[in-house]
Design a protein around this ligand. Structure first.
Ligand SMILES: *Cc1c(COP(=O)(O)O)cnc(C)c1O
Length: 394
């Protein structure tokens, strides 16, 4: 599946807008139709016997899924051999793991990984005879010490979506490849626009496209991009599992891709401004944002990423729960809810110590995760200022 502009010398923003567009097939319309389809008719018995034709069955692809896959493949860059689509981010992660692992294998997972990913490893994968070991996200080449003869895969998340440690992916990938293991990256935070995982040595790059790819808090979606080594295994796994995505969600994901560059640039700018402002607040003892010079992962971020998105965390000075709740109940522009990556700002309290096993989590105070949306930044500061007033008064 070649993106239409694979060899064109375009910048990424142009590629986001032009890739996956087959204007002639779309009868001149800029966007592809939402193709709803299970059955694909074959013109002759011979075509049927040989499964000839661009499309064979709805689950295996439609003109709508093809347009999205081409656009995402162009975004991932030349190392990407194909993109699989899944009905949620978590389904993308579990599908990728099931595709590469077998009973008796050993899996290494970053201790800052998305909690439902851990639940899947500790639950279903354990039942199917796959053993998981969690490791310190900052381990780098020290990952070698965790290898067993049956270590088959490593899953990293860069950065962790609550605690924001940045693993050294090239160092981890080098060790993995010397030992024949596959590297998977949950790349949801930066998206391939700001972090081309596949070029950093990752074999399978996963997106919870529910977040920035969709970008409007209106779909559940996941994507799985693989390099040439991992693509045959991945595509086989997707076929065997019967994983596919609904046509409306595919269309909305593609619409999100078209505006990804402008949205992320805005999220990045506003989030950095908010992070710097929060660092000056007396109520805040630490800001966990890799784009800040003070962040322990800043050097890795500068080396491996071309941007930061709108999600980061803050550590408040020690305070009773009712003070934190007063802040949460006072802010109005920061909605309280799970997920992120849409146009709206969000705030959620979290506590990594409830699930971590390989590393300690003692941030020094209550922790809040913020998603900085597309609102006016001064409005967001004023909103949080009111929240801090309530925090101090409680
Ligand atoms: C949200 C999220 C997921 C899961 O995505 P869903 O679409 O909600 O299933 C996976 N990884 C990370 C880092 C996430 O933030």
């Amino acid at each position: 599946m070649k993106p239409s502009n694979q060899s064109a010398p375009f910048g990424t923003e142009t590629s986001l807008v032009t890739s996956g567009r087959d204007t002639a097939a779309q009868k001149g319309f800029v966007n592809p139709p939402v193709v709803r389809g299970s059955t694909v008719l074959y013109p002759t018995a011979e075509d049927l016997h040989e499964h000839r034709g661009e499309y064979q069955y709805g689950r295996h692809g439609t003109p709508t899924t093809k347009a999205l896959q081409q656009a995402l493949q162009a975004l991932e860059g030349p190392k990407c051999a194909g993109v699989g689509l899944a009905p949620s981010g978590l389904a993308a992660i579990t599908t990728a793991l099931l595709a590469v692992l077998k009973s008796g294998d050993h899996l290494l997972v970053c201790d800052n990984a998305y909690r439902p990913t851990r639940n899947f490893c500790n639950g279903l994968l354990a039942r199917y005879g796959v053993e998981t070991t969690y490791f310190d996200p900052l381990i780098g080449a020290g990952i070698a010490a965790h290898f067993k003869p049956n270590t088959r895969a490593i899953l990293v998340e860069a950065p962790g979506s609550q605690s924001f440690e940045l693993p050294d992916i090239p160092a981890i990938a080098k060790v993995a490849h010397e030992r024949g293991a596959i590297v998977l990256d949950d790349n949801t935070w930066a998206t391939p626009l700001y972090h081309r995982s596949l070029e950093q040595g990752v074999d399978i790059s996963i997106q919870a496209a529910t977040k920035y790819i969709g970008g409007h808090s209106d779909i559940m979606f996941g994507t799985i991009s693989a390099n040439a080594e991992a693509w045959p295994l991945l595509t086989e796994g997707i076929r065997l599992l019967g994983v596919c995505a609904g046509p409306d969600d595919v269309f909305l994901a593609l619409r999100g891709v078209r505006t990804l560059a402008v949205r992320l640039a805005h999220h990045q700018r506003s989030a950095l401004e908010m992070a710097r402002w929060l660092a000056t607040r007396p109520e805040v003892v630490n800001v966990l944002h890799p784009g800040l010079e003070s962040h322990p992962g800043h050097a890795i971020w500068k080396r491996d990423f071309t941007g930061a998105s709108g999600l980061f965390s803050i550590v408040l000075k020690p305070a009773p729960q009712k003070a934190v709740d007063a802040l949460l109940n006072t802010v109005r522009l920061f909605g309280m809810g799970y997920s992120w990556g849409g146009f709206e700002s969000l705030v959620i309290p979290f506590d990594c110590s409830s699930y971590r096993t390989a590393t300690a989590w003692s941030p020094g105070g209550p922790t809040l995760r913020l998603h900085i949306g597309l609102e006016n930044v001064e409005d967001l500061k004023a909103d949080l200022s009111r929240g801090f007033d309530a925090f101090n008064a409680a």
